[in-house]
Design a binder for this molecule. Structure first.
Ligand code: NAD
Length: 360
């Protein structure tokens, strides 16, 4: 690893962001030959090696990229802890356009940086990366998951993530309506990507009234052809009457503006870091009487799948652990109700208890 040259991108002030969330280590990677600019953020390894996907995104500047890496890696720590996995939290970002600028060499170079961390960080696929990209990382390091099934890996984690969200949504329904059935419930799934698509499949089986919204109209059309779902314009999502809002696109969709507009009884979706400010917006949701499944609890299915790949893949283990998300969400919601405390903060406390025990 060498000193970062392009000061205009990784300006020194971004290093100051690191202590904000108490990260253990942040690695800035740059390689002129392949054009790689990446950040690996290791939040906490008290429970085990840090595991989290590598996101490839065209960030506007270094600050935006490091903010994402720091926030996402921290939520991976909580995710692994609540799911009972022996993993810490980490995440990486590659700062580039994933549609135009992918190359085997770029991912191999990134793999070399991972290898230099001696197993402290294990990577996986995320937005902008795929199982196929993991294949090139694997040439340089064994600390990689989500490898294609054709090469003996566990493949795309999204179906397991969607399964977990479905289980968590049913737990919310149980608390809200007295039973976990979703039949005839009006559900808006925001994001028709890997997770949204598989979630719609589960919801369609239960005869929910599903609406789907995506900036990519082709994806919406495709899903509408396959399932009985209605399209909703991107701008209309927060103003529609619905039972359940399921954010499955990007983070930070729960903020002052959207929470003022949202009319639903449950929020349960797969996007990471849904709350713009975890100390403000979780409370706001509770005060509006909405039941909220914390993102890092409900979207752990994919991480469970990756963990199984690390310890030796076992389909039954993964299935049972993903189904357990139902009881984990229900327990958190019950505590939240009893204590009149936001569900996200209850979940965070449970995560921290396990981590603190490990640190002792
Ligand atoms: P993806 O890139 O396949 O899909 C995201 C979709 O959201 C895309 O179709 C995109 O066009 C759409 N989108 C972007 N902005 C939008 C907007 N403003 N309104 C509506 N749609 C918009 O990603 P994915 O793998 O499906 O992941 C979705 C979310 O779930 C992400 O936040 C990701 O971090 C999180 N997550 C994914 C997994 C997984 O296993 N894939 C696991 C945990 C968390």
């Amino acid at each position: 690893m060498r000193e970062v040259k392009n000061r205009s991108f990784f300006e020194p002030s971004i290093i100051n962001k690191m202590p904000e969330h108490e990260h253990e280590q942040v690695v800035f990677c740059e390689d002129n030959k392949t054009g790689l600019k990446a950040i690996i953020a290791i939040h906490d390894t008290a429970l085990g090696p840090s595991l989290g996907g590598v996101r490839m995104w065209h960030y506007k500047n270094g600050l935006e990229a490091i903010r994402d890496a720091l926030r996402l890696s921290k939520s991976m720590t909580y995710k692994a802890s609540v799911a009972g996995l022996n993993l810490g939290g980490g995440k990486a970002v590659i700062i580039d356009n994933s549609i135009k600028n992918k190359s085997p060499e770029l991912f191999r170079r990134f793999g070399q940086f991972i290898e230099s961390l001696n197993g402290k960080y294990i990577t996986a696929q995320d937005i902008g990366t795929s199982s196929n990209d993991m294949k090139y990382i694997k040439i340089e390091t064994n600390h990689v998951t989500c490898l294609p099934e054709s090469t003996g890996g566990a493949g795309d984690p999204s179906p397991k993530t969607a399964h977990g969200i479905y289980m968590g949504m049913k737990a919310c329904a149980k608390l809200c309506y007295g039973n976990s059935g979703l039949e005839n419930k009006i559900i808006i799934v925001q994001g028709a990507g890997h997770v949204g698509m598989h979630l719609v499949e589960w919801l369609a089986k239960e005869n929910a009234k599903v609406y789907i919204s995506d900036i990519n109209e082709e994806k919406v059309k495709e899903l509408s052809k396959k399932y009985n779902v209605e399209p909703v314009g991107v701008d209309k999502v927060y103003d529609m009457e619905m039972d359940i809002y399921s954010p499955c696109a990007l983070g930070a969709t729960l903020n002052d503006d959207t929470l003022r507009r949202l009319k639903c009884s449950i929020i349960a979706g797969g996007a990471n870091n849904q709350l713009t400010d975890e100390n403000v917006h979780g409370k706001m949701i509770m005060e509006k009487g909405i039941i909220y499944a914390p993102d890092f609890v409900i979207n752990a299915g994919g991480l469970i799948n990756c963990y199984s790949e690390v310890i030796g893949y076992n389909w039954k283990y993964v299935f049972d652990k993903v189904e357990d998300i139902y009881s984990t969400v229900l327990d958190i919601l019950k505590i939240s109700k009893e204590e009149n405390a936001p569900a996200n903060l209850v979940a965070k406390r449970i995560a921290e208890q396990r981590i603190n025990e490990a640190k002792k």
